[in-house]
Design a protein around this ligand. Structure first.
Ligand code: 0L1
Ligand code: MG
Length: 262
């Protein structure tokens, strides 16, 4: 690690305060160019520790930047992983307050709910599908704390991969009831389609993103616990939203889920 404990805690406090006060900041590697991957995940862990100390509950995990569309949009080249706490979860059809966010964007995702824990290394699509209870559509609202969504991968990992809000809904299916590679995905804003994709846009198969997450955690001796909800990453580029917008995600055979922005 390149940063000391004090600096990690200060950066976690800074990024979480930006999140809670809906305030943006330059990317943290501008001041700490030597920051390494362990530092980045340690800052993310310290943000989680701050939330847990205030009574938050982890409700899931997320993979981000798992599609070529998203990697191209953000100018980066590999996936990242973060956590989801209860405060991020929005009921289906509810209104998200844009005043609590900086510059929200939405992305269409396939969510997995696990019946068994998953642990890497060596986790693969087959293990993910065998451990999955059901899959369902989900919309992630991302809100990078970095000015103009300008960051590098380490800065975005420290910022809990821009996690802000999410909703899941529609029709939950057992993994054998749907071919997650060929399933069609339509994201609508105010009734008009704004992004189109297929499950295979996510690393060839959305379960591959869950396997990568399990392998990532396995390197630290951790696992994805049974019962976890995992967002497998946006199947298309992310779409900016503002107050007054209504967003609906339709996934072939899996119904729809929506959110409003107030
Ligand atoms: O969930 C995501 O794909 C977001 C990853 C972080 C990068 C971004 O803010 O777009
Ligand atoms: Mg996402």
């Amino acid at each position: 690690m390149a940063l000391d404990r004090n600096t990690i805690d200060q950066l976690a406090a800074h990024l979480e305060t930006c999140e809670l006060e809906a305030r943006d900041t330059p990317k943290i590697t501008d001041e700490h160019p030597g920051m390494d991957w362990d530092d980045a995940y340690a800052i993310q862990d310290a943000i989680l520790a701050r939330k847990l100390a205030r009574g938050a509950r982890v409700v899931g995990l997320k993979a981000g930047l798992t599609s070529h569309a998203k990697m191209k949009q953000m100018g980066v080249d590999s996936p990242v992983f973060g956590f989801l706490v209860d405060a991020f979860s929005v009921p289906e059809g509810a209104s998200v307050k844009t005043a609590e966010l900086i510059h929200p964007k939405v992305e269409p995702e396939i969510a997995f709910v696990l019946k068994h824990a998953l642990k890497g290394p060596g986790c693969h699509i087959g293990a993910v599908l065998a451990a999955t209870d059901f899959v369902l559509p989900g919309i992630e609202v991302i809100d990078s704390r970095y000015r103009d969504f300008k960051f590098d991968l380490k800065s975005v990992v420290a910022d809990n991969t821009s996690a802000a809000r999410f909703v899941v809904g529609g029709r939950a299916l057992r993994p054998e009831q749907v071919d997650l590679r060929t399933v069609g995905i339509v994201l609508e804003k105010n009734g008009a389609p704004v992004a189109l994709g297929a499950g295979a846009s996510v690393l060839g198969h959305p379960a591959a993103a869950v396997a990568m997450l399990a392998n990532h955690l396995g390197r630290q001796g951790r696992e994805i616990p049974a019962g976890s909800l995992v967002l497998s990453g946006g199947a298309t580029e992310a779409v900016a939203v503002e107050a007054g917008d209504a967003v609906t995600l339709r996934v072939q055979g899996m119904g729809s889920v929506g959110l409003r922005f107030a």
